[in-house]
Design a binder for this molecule. Structure first.
Ligand code: NDP
Length: 525
């Protein structure tokens, strides 16, 4: 039974339901010349869109938001079927996130794009007025993964469109139908079809998008692909945002509530079957709570319902494909061979379908295990004890990744103090992953987890180029710093520097007298 979308004869891909293996569609792949043509069409359409007042662009987003709200069941159902995630998660972590991201753009795009006055502090520049303009790049290429096939592609597309860009989106080969659904909604909301195009295909289609004349690339995916993308982009100095993998630590301090923290750990590790860049991938628990925490997690895991995500009762769905399942299995086996205690799961659930893996709890994991060093991206909660806060911070920072982290404590100050010492793009106190659903919050990582930010104002800032426009208010006056140098001018400038920056008032006064003739300077060329 087919469980992965795959290239057939190099010209089509097959989209399948990862829970059942059912074929959902067979789609034609875009060739390099198709990608090139799509980008050229986008380039032609973009200037008129850029010239459209932001208010009208916002109105299109408002219509998109309304349509998505009305048709949310249909969209969520498709996400369930093509990505395999539970119905509730399709609604909360995909549809709701995008309704809110649209709301953010609707309320903030206009102010964000407003011209910003730029005051000039330097006395020498007081005859000028500056302002900053935020202008679209042109065509934004978006390459997106399968794990949040709607919310990642849509957040980036909405930000690009509202700031006046056109978009060419290359979704993962495993979730093309969801990208087409996003396109359908945007077109129904009034977006010109050339402004939002989807190019279907595998990695080579993404590579062709990077080689095409796009003006910026927003890439979300693994570190390995991200490095290849960065190399290809560097060859043509294409600006890129890279949202890459994570190995997020969760730290449970000695004053934490074990009931709360264990439920949080479960959701953080098993939501979307652990296939979330912000998943809890390592859990460090203070030794005084360690065994209680493991027992609470083990008892709660036994209650999780695993199965086909369609329907409201399932909590953990399938993995996306067999390759992902193999990685998870290898990490769990490696951990057990190296001394980890397997307390729950650790096996495939073939009776449920092709891609199911049991929610797994591992205790006593150590840094020499793959499960602590590499991104697992599956339903596994690896737990280790620590003795002091300093040790917990050292363990949390002992990783090549730095996407997010969480600290669990009943003392807010203590949690926030620890957050300052953790090297990650986001640190949550007493929750996990939900930062992705805060439309105002920037999303992005330290270290190998990426470059740049999406979401919020920082995400909008990635979609524009800043132009500085500076106007001299005395156009008939030659500037003092122009040619016609000489000893007297040098003395005057020294006096001017003293006037501005000398520490004593006496020196400042002398500087003012020495520089007095600057404006009437002769010998100009
Ligand atoms: P991949 O890196 O395998 O793929 C990401 C995208 O890149 C896909 O659309 C893929 O196409 C495409 N691609 C593959 N090869 C190339 C290439 N040579 N040039 C251009 N594009 C290419 O990641 P996954 O789809 O497996 O997603 C999971 C990864 O994404 C995890 O590491 C996860 O942590 C990370 N991620 C990061 C997030 C963040 O915000 N930091 C959010 C979500 C996920 P195809 O699928 O067709 O091969």
């Amino acid at each position: 039974m087919a469980t992965e979308a795959r290239v057939v004869g190099n010209s089509t891909i097959v989209s399948t339901n990862p829970a059942t293996g059912e074929v959902l569609a067979e789609l034609a792949c875009a060739s390099s010349s198709d990608v090139q043509a799509a980008v050229l069409r986008a380039k032609q359409a973009q200037p008129a869109w850029e010239a459209t007042p932001p208010r009208e662009r916002v109105a299109v987003l408002r219509r998109f938001q309304r349509l998505l709200c009305e048709q949310r069941d249909q969209v969520a159902d498709l996400i369930c079927r093509e990505a395999g995630k539970p119905a509730v998660e399709a609604l909360t972590t995909e549809v709701l996130v995008i309704l809110d991201a649209a709301e953010f753009c609707i309320h903030n795009a206009h102010d964000f794009l407003r011209e910003e006055p730029l005051p000039h502090a330097n006395l020498a520049m007081k005859t000028k007025r500056g302002k900053l303009l935020r202008e679209p790049f042109g065509v934004i290429g978006i390459i997106s993964p399968w794990n949040y096939p709607f919310s990642i592609a849509a957040t980036e597309t909405l930000g690009a469109l509202v700031t006046g860009n056109a978009v060419v989106l290359k979704p993962s080969e495993f979730t093309p139908l969801i990208a087409l659904e996003l396109q359908r909604l945007l077109l129904a909301a009034g977006v010109n079809p050339d402004l939002m195009q989807v190019v279907i295909g595998e990695g080579p289609t993404g590579a062709a998008l990077i080689e095409s004349p796009i003006d910026k690339l927003i890439f979300t995916g693994s570190v390995a692909t991200g490095k290849r993308v960065a190399e290809a982009a560097a060859r043509k100095l294409l600006p890129v945002v890279l949202e890459l993998g994570g190995k997020d630590p969760m730290i449970v301090l000695d004053d934490a509530d074990v009931e709360i923290a264990s439920s949080g750990a479960l959701w953080g590790a098993f939501m979307n079957a652990g296939q979330t860049c912000l998943s809890v991938e390592r859990c460090y628990v203070h030794r005084s709570l360690y065994e209680n925490f493991l027992e609470a997690c083990s008892n709660k895991i036994a209650k999780l319902r695993v199965g086909n995500g369609i329907g409201s009762e399932v909590e953990v769905g399938p993995l996306i494909h067999e390759r992902q399942l193999r990685i998870v299995d290898e990490h769990v086996r490696d951990a057990v061979i190296h001394g980890a205690r397997l307390l729950q799961g650790g096996k495939r659930l073939t009776e449920l379908g092709p891609n199911f893996y049991a929610p797994t709890l591992l205790a006593d994991v150590t840094r020499d295990m793959r499960i602590i060093r590499e991104e697992t991206f599956g339903p596994v909660l690896p737990v280790a004890p620590f003795d002091t806060d300093d040790e917990a911070i050292r363990l949390a920072n002992d990783s090549d990744f730095g996407l997010a982290a969480s600290v669990w404590t009943t003392n807010r100050r203590r949690g926030e103090a620890m957050a300052k010492q953790i090297k990650a793009g986001t640190v949550m106190i007493n929750d996990v992953i939900s930062c992705f659903g805060i439309a105002e919050a920037p999303h992005g990582g330290f270290k190998l987890s990426g470059i740049g930010r999406t979401h919020g104002k920082m995400g909008l800032a990635e979609m524009v180029q800043v132009k500085n426009v500076d106007t001299d208010l005395l156009p008939g006056m030659p500037k003092v710093w122009w040619f016609g140098y000489g000893e007297q001018f040098r003395q005057q400038m020294n006096g001017f520097i003293d006037l501005l920056f000398a520490r004593s008032w006496g020196k400042k006064l002398k500087g003012a007298l020495r520089s007095a003739g600057l404006l009437r300077r002769g010998n100009r060329i």
